[in-house]
Design a protein around this ligand. Structure first.
Ligand code: 13P
Length: 240
């Protein structure tokens, strides 16, 4: 179902106490939006327990695409599910940039997450160079197409995060972000038919309480994937 969603990507920040406290406070918020928090692996257990029986969902920031085996340092879908995790961020630009994620691994992880009933939050986005060359829509739609190759469900979320807007304080203009995201919905419609209308597409990149309304006015933007503003209760709740 297409839903208004605000997902906090904590990246490599906070500690267990901070994370549990943040979730305990978020649990008491009344909102129509779906709230997801994505802590580092070490906090997933504690945060998931804190969120249990509440409307706050917990996601991981990554997972491996194999079931199990000799993959030192990796975490499997079953390990996440065992902790009550429902969502998983896949192909964040920081993973593509620093940890050799490719469209191919993103696709494998997406397919595997879906096969296990986890909801992937698939990240796509162009670099500054690609945007300046006028190639943003093409780059992003190619990433979407590669990521969902072989997928036939609406149980997924797409996050459009222009790389140059992440952690920089620069936000894509609502119109630019809206245009790219409408292009993503068109691509989804071409590939998945009517299911495209049930998929939530989020914007990410310096989203905060000051720019959220203008972004959310765009017809195809359903919410946000938020980094720094999700680390503080006061800042995060300004979004929903
Ligand atoms: P910021 O909100 O800190 O720019 O991070 C966005 C992001 O990368 C979320 O995944």
């Amino acid at each position: 179902m297409r839903q208004r969603i605000f997902a906090g990507n904590w990246k490599m920040n906070l500690n267990i106490n901070d994370g549990v406290e943040l979730v305990n406070r978020l649990k008491s918020i009344h909102t129509e939006s779906l709230i997801i928090v994505c802590p580092p692996f070490t906090m997933l257990d504690a945060v998931s327990k804190a969120a249990k029986d509440s409307k706050v969902m917990v996601g991981a920031q990554n997972m491996h695409f194999e079931e199990k085996g000799a993959f030192t340092g990796e975490v499997s879908a079953d390990m996440l599910i065992e902790l009550g995790i429902t969502h998983v961020i896949i192909g964040h630009s920081e993973r593509r940039q620093y940890f050799a994620e490719t469209d191919e691994t993103v696709n494998k992880k997406t397919l595997y997450a879906i096969s296990k009933g986890l909801i992937p939050i698939i990240c796509v986005g162009e670099s500054l160079q690609q945007r300046e060359a006028g190639n943003a829509p093409e780059v992003v739609n190619r990433q979407v197409e590669a990521a969902i190759n072989g997928v036939n469900t609406d149980k997924l979320i797409i996050a459009y995060e222009p790389i140059w807007a992440i952690g920089t304080g620069k936000t894509a203009s609502p119109k630019d972000a809206g245009e790219v995201i409408t292009g993503i919905r068109d691509t989804l419609r071409r590939l998945l038919g009517d299911k495209a209308d049930d998929i939530s597409i989020l914007y990410g990149g310096s989203m905060n309480g000051s720019n959220v309304n203008e972004l959310m006015e765009q017809k195809d933007i359903d919410g946000g994937l938020i980094g720094s503003a999700s680390l503080s209760y006061e800042k995060f709740i300004q979004l929903f």
